[in-house]
Design a protein around this ligand. Structure first.
Ligand SMILES: C[S@@+](CC[C@H](N)C(=O)[O-])C[C@H]1O[C@@H](n2cnc3c(N)ncnc32)[C@H](O)[C@@H]1O
Length: 319
């Protein structure tokens, strides 16, 4: 497991904006999806106080144990339960604990990959030569290696177009298919090498790095089924919030993630089959973005967007 030194921790994004909009109260019950090394949770749990309760879930067992230790070291007094699992399966985990929909006052879902994982040894980044793994959790079966060596050209092209937003997805797919005819791709270095004709070193440096970043993001999304899980995680989180003013905050980093939230928000805008007696309303009218100061301090925050919603009983709104 990587050392829990300050430098390896994930740097949490828009902490004060999250706290302000979630309106965390003393004694509240909070759900945290994607806890990583616990930056947001530390702040939230310290506001919940001794009578509060938090439940935190993440697939990454290494990050979870660091989060747990950080919270213990800080002497946080509220009760916290950690689950190593997928937030798409939240309802299964919660019903095993006897927790019913409508239980939590607040929920935060912070999607995607963490800085802790990017700096770690699971091959999320093209900047170091490491085995092609890219799983958020070690219990997952599919790896970057199995996808890159096993998927047919059509599937590879779909992955790069859909998850990487690459207009030359077909070229990328063919380059990988051709390279693996000689030897299987085993490391991140093999993947970069396979793409040397598509993204040659003579390309402008910034553009080449961006394209490689998009390739790596697409593979990571395919390995971890990012979009399917995000949809399940958002829906579950909302269902488990209390009907009367339960608040949900979502941090996203891409257009695809925003579209998923927009779709779910539209579904729950009026009462329906799965929300006969409550609706979802915006707390933040537009997406909140990090300040210039924060982006300067933490460049990884530059594409972050925060959206906050609240549940309201049908009796309290005009629909
Ligand atoms: C951006 S980080 C969260 C950072 C955290 N809020 C903080 O303040 O440190 C995203 C986390 O979500 C986790 N994750 C991604 N997809 C997941 C899923 N489907 N189920 C559970 N955890 C997931 C990743 O393992 C990663 O640790």
């Amino acid at each position: 497991m990587p050392e829990a030194g300050e430098g390896s921790l994930h740097e949490s994004v828009m902490v004060s904006e999250v706290l302000e909009n979630l309106d965390i109260g003393e004694g509240g019950k909070h759900l945290e999806c994607g806890v990583s090394t616990g930056g947001h949770l530390l702040e939230i749990a310290s506001r919940l106080g001794a009578n509060g309760f938090a439940l935190a879930i993440d697939l990454d067992e290494d990050a979870l144990s660091i989060a747990q230790k950080r919270l213990e070291d800080k002497g946080i007094s509220c009760k916290i339960e950690f689950i190593c699992g997928n937030y798409a399966d939240l309802s299964v985990h919660l019903s095993q604990k006897g927790i019913e929909p409508g239980f939590f006052d607040t929920a935060l879902l912070d999607a995607g990959v963490s800085g802790f994982q990017l700096k770690g040894d699971r091959g999320f980044s093209y900047s170091r030569d490491l085995p092609l793994d890219m799983r958020y959790g070690k219990a997952q079966k599919v790896t970057a290696e199995s996808i890159l060596n096993g998927a047919d050209v059509g599937e590879l092209r779909r992955i790069f177009a859909e998850y990487g937003d690459l207009h030359d997805a077909a070229k990328v797919a063919w380059a990988i298919y051709t390279a693996r005819q000689h030897t299987q791709l085993a490391t991140t270095g093999d993947l970069v090498k396979a793409l040397q004709d598509v993204y040659p070193e003579r390309m402008p440096h910034g553009k080449r790095m961006r394209r490689l970043g998009q390739v790596f993001m697409a593979v990571r999304e395919a390995v971890n089924e990012g979009q399917r899980c995000l949809e399940g995680g958002i829906d579950n989180s909302i269902q488990y919030l209390r009907k009367d003013e339960g608040r949900f905050a979502l941090l996203t980093f891409s257009g695809n993630e925003n579209l998923i939230m927009k779709r779910i928000a539209a579904r729950y805008r009026r009462p329906g089959k799965f929300n006969p007696d409550w609706v979802l309303k915006k707390v933040t009218n537009r997406a909140v973005k990090p300040t210039r100061d924060e982006v300067r301090r933490n460049p990884a925050s530059h594409s972050a967007m925060l959206r906050v919603f609240k549940k309201l009983p049908v009796s309290k709104v005009e629909v």
